[in-house]
Design a binder for this molecule. Structure first.
Ligand code: NAD
Ligand code: UDP
Length: 312
């Protein structure tokens, strides 16, 4: 395999740190760029001693000059609703100005760039499961729009740089992903429920808990991202996620059972624009990338519970 120099923005975050780790173990040189908004030094601590790992503390909203790079994974953007809604204008800037900066770098260096897009581009979907051809149902003025519309514009920018400047792009639409190193306070459902269960506190279900999501374990996602980046032909967008769908109430019950907790369930109001159903159609990824997730929800939850136990 060719040894490359690979830049990962958002590399100190949850997915980014797993990606950096995997790329280093594949023999590449990794330049991790992060402003530590939601990512942490702790996430990349084991990587720092590796001579092929370099860290640059930088906000991608500002221009960045790197001389030589073969591939860019652009993951820099807060991903949990609590964090991306904390400073919504900055969230839009990360996906627009930040995206333009990274596409500019790809244009100048000739690097291939992969954008970490999201199932949120489908909004509260009226088509189920979601195929890449579905154009989405996003509320452009709602509280999730800074993230959803930002990611939609980021995709537009990728395709315009591709058409106008022949930038070599890849676009992955990532569905809910979970696993070790999720930020304990970022409010996402898997980490929230596990931490609540381990502390014997009530699990907070928003709404009636009948909404669904489909959860992918982080190592499966990382494998899919690398397969898309290294694929010669497919530029995407390609859905990456685990199609096994579960209602949120059932997820809460599973986590209580797996963590041997006595927690009860507490129902809280459903936030605005919370999608009712979400499940990826991954036929395209299976066919073109020969990729499919391998880790079942039960196996992944047990690994994630073990990780959070080690923190508690
Ligand atoms: P995360 O919040 O753990 O990671 C994001 C990282 O980007 C953090 O380290 C953060 O400090 C950094 N960052 C944020 N803004 C930045 C900026 N302006 N400049 C430099 N660094 C910045 O989230 P994650 O779950 O690891 O998500 C990674 C990427 O994957 C994000 O782009 C997210 O939108 C996308 N994604 C994730 C999921 C998921 O379920 N985890 C689903 C869909 C898409
Ligand atoms: N959710 C919940 N309780 C929580 C956190 C989230 O019931 O403590 C719900 C949330 O309303 C949503 C689903 O779980 O329907 C997934 O939420 P998350 O924030 O993880 O991701 P997203 O909504 O972006 O898919």
């Amino acid at each position: 395999m060719k040894r490359s120099t690979i830049l990962v923005t958002g590399g100190a975050g949850f997915v980014g740190s797993h990606l950096c780790e995997r790329l280093l173990s594949d023999g590449h040189t990794v330049i991790c760029v992060d402003n530590f908004f939601t990512g942490t030094e702790e996430n990349i601590k084991p990587l720092i001693k590796n001579k092929r790992f370099k860290f640059i503390k930088h906000d991608i909203i500002e221009p960045l000059f790197v001389e030589k790079v073969d591939q860019i994974y652009n993951l820099a953007c807060p991903a949990s609703p609590i964090h991306y809604q904390e400073n919504p204008i900055r969230t839009v800037k990360a996906s627009t100005i930040g995206m333009i900066n990274m596409l500019g770098m790809a244009k100048r260096t000739g690097a291939r760039i992969l954008q970490a897009s999201t199932s949120e581009v489908y909004g509260d979907p009226k088509e189920h499961p979601q195929k890449e051809t579905y154009l989405g149902n996003v509320n452009s003025t709602g509280i999730r729009a800074c993230y959803d519309e930002g990611k939609r514009v980021a995709e537009t920018l990728c395709f315009d740089y591709h058409r106008e400047h022949r930038v070599d792009i890849r676009v992955a639409r990532i569905f809910n992903t979970y696993g070790p190193r999720m930020h304990p306070d970022d409010g996402r459902v898997v980490s929230n429920f596990i931490i609540q269960a381990l502390h014997g506190k009530p699990l907070t279900i928003y709404g009636k808990g009948l909404q669904t999501r489909s959860f992918c374990y982080v190592s499966d996602l990382v494998e899919g991202l690398i397969k898309l980046m290294d694929n010669k032909k497919t530029i995407g967008p390609v859905n990456l996620g685990n199609p096994s769908e579960i209602i949120i109430k059932k997820l809460a019950q599973k986590i209580i059972q797996f963590s041997k907790s006595n927690s009860i369930i507490k129902f809280l109001p459903l936030p605005a624009d919370d999608p009712h159903r979400r499940r990826p159609d991954i036929a395209l990824a299976k066919k073109t990338l020969k990729w499919r997730p391998k880790i079942s929800l039960d196996e992944g939850l047990l690994k994630t519970i073990d990780y959070f136990k080690s923190l508690v």
